[in-house]
Design a protein around this ligand. Structure first.
Ligand code: PLP
Length: 399
């Protein structure tokens, strides 16, 4: 039997991947499952992006590229950061990787030693704590209250910082809460961070373009330029350009950090796919009008489904960005389903809704939000409304 490292013993598989896998399994067995567990747009990749990738293949761009990305894509990323986010990066500060996920992972692996702390505001994306653990750091999960819009306050940040803090993760718009940090929120956090020069900022901006207008997207390093020298801004084409399967993300940050990220990549993946890079170049440089039309569709779906969930007895607020609703199932804990399953926690609730109602969601515990479930509204209107009816039917049968 092969030995498994002690490093991996503390790591959990991604809960959202596990929920999606279970939904696919039931679907394959013939069940009519509506899958609200996945974190991806249901729109197709824009046609001009597909064409650019196809042309790249025909033109022989099928070989390894530079480890940190093609010069053309890196130039486009530099322009994007400058024009859209007000961030100035030079070419040696940019790395293109296999998804934002890999860039975040590499930054943590390149910078953490055992015992180094990473502040993760909760509810949080499922992967941050486990990535920190793989890098042998210590995740410091800090609870952000529903009353505060699930946003980290300056006082909570201040209380969480120690001499060992290496990073603060900011994810705005946030998966799973949809919280968007406005300029004033970021200003307040920046004032605390200015007092603690040992703390870097890992800004996961992957949902930047999915904001519904109440609060617009800002990068903390643009709000406080003195933080730029210790901020890594991470982004990618998965969500904005409907390219989750292309696996293409990028980061801009301090040259010494990005040099190590580049080194890691040179010893692991070599580079992101040359074909995906050609597609990403077309995405960043091409027409952007789909961003507004997709936003409008997401907003409409949010407004369609939210009242139905509230009516069903779930507790939820309208998310300001991303395409998820974090819904509280507190009122159903302690109840029993029609098929006789006792609901002790959010995992049980999710299981009952899946097995008896054929709707897949992800338990909130995986996001540091026990008592909640996360559902995606990146699903067509009819299926979304059908899912809401099924959830309501199961909830009304709980005793
Ligand atoms: N960050 C957050 C908050 C996400 O929700 C996701 C994907 O679900 C990612 C990063 C990963 O994005 P990518 O597909 O670019 O790896």
């Amino acid at each position: 039997m092969n030995k498994i490292s002690s490093r991996m013993a503390a790591v959990l598989p991604s809960a959202s991947s596990a929920a999606s896998a279970r939904a696919r399994e039931l679907k394959a067995a013939g069940r009519d499952i509506i899958n609200l567990s996945v974190g991806e747009p249901d729109f197709d990749t824009p046609e001009h992006v597909i064409r650019a990738a196809s042309e790249a293949m025909s033109a022989g761009k099928t070989r390894y590229t530079n480890v940190d990305g093609t010069p053309e894509l890196k130039a486009a990323v530099i322009r994007k950061f400058k024009d859209e986010n007000g961030l100035d990066f030079a070419a040696n500060q940019i790395v293109v990787g296999t998804g934002a996920k890999q860039v975040i992972f590499n930054v943590l692996l390149a910078t953490l030693d055992a015992g180094d702390e990473v502040i993760i505001p909760a509810p949080h994306w499922v992967s941050y704590p486990d990535m920190v653990r793989i890098a042998e750091g210590t995740p410091v999960v800090v609870e952000c209250r529903a009353e505060d819009g699930f946003k980290l306050s300056a006082a909570t940040l201040k209380a969480a910082i120690t001499e060992k803090t290496r990073w603060l993760v900011i994810n705005s718009p946030c998966n799973p809460t949809g919280a968007v940090y406005g300029e004033a929120d970021l200003r307040a956090l920046a004032d605390v961070l200015l007092e603690h020069p040992q703390v870097g900022i890992l800004s996961d901006d992957i949902y930047e373009h999915v904001v519904f207008g109440e609060t617009s997207f800002h990068s903390i390093a643009a709000v406080e330029p003195r933080l730029l020298e210790r901020t890594v801004a991470v982004n990618g084409v998965s969500k904005a350009y409907c390219m989750t399967g292309w696996r293409l993300g990028y980061g801009g940050g301090p040259a010494e950090v990005m040099r190590e990220v580049r080194k890691l990549q040179s010893q692991s993946t070599s580079c992101a796919s040359s074909i995906s890079q050609a597609g990403a170049l077309a995405a960043l440089e091409g027409p952007q009008d789909h961003l507004e039309s997709h936003r409008a569709v997401y907003r409409r779906r949010r407004d369609l489904v939210l009242p139905k969930l509230v009516e069903a007895g779930l507790t939820c607020e309208a998310p300001e960005g991303a395409f998820y609703i974090l819904a509280g199932c507190h009122d159903f804990l302690g109840k029993t389903s029609a098929a006789g399953t006792k609901i002790e926690d959010d995992a049980d609730f999710t299981r009952v809704i899946l097995e008896e109602g054929e709707v897949a969601m992800v338990p909130g515990t995986a996001f540091g939000a026990p008592g909640y479930v996360r559902l995606s509204f990146a699903v067509d209107d009819a299926r979304l409304m059908e899912a809401a009816s099924r959830i309501a039917k199961i909830c009304s049968a709980l005793r």
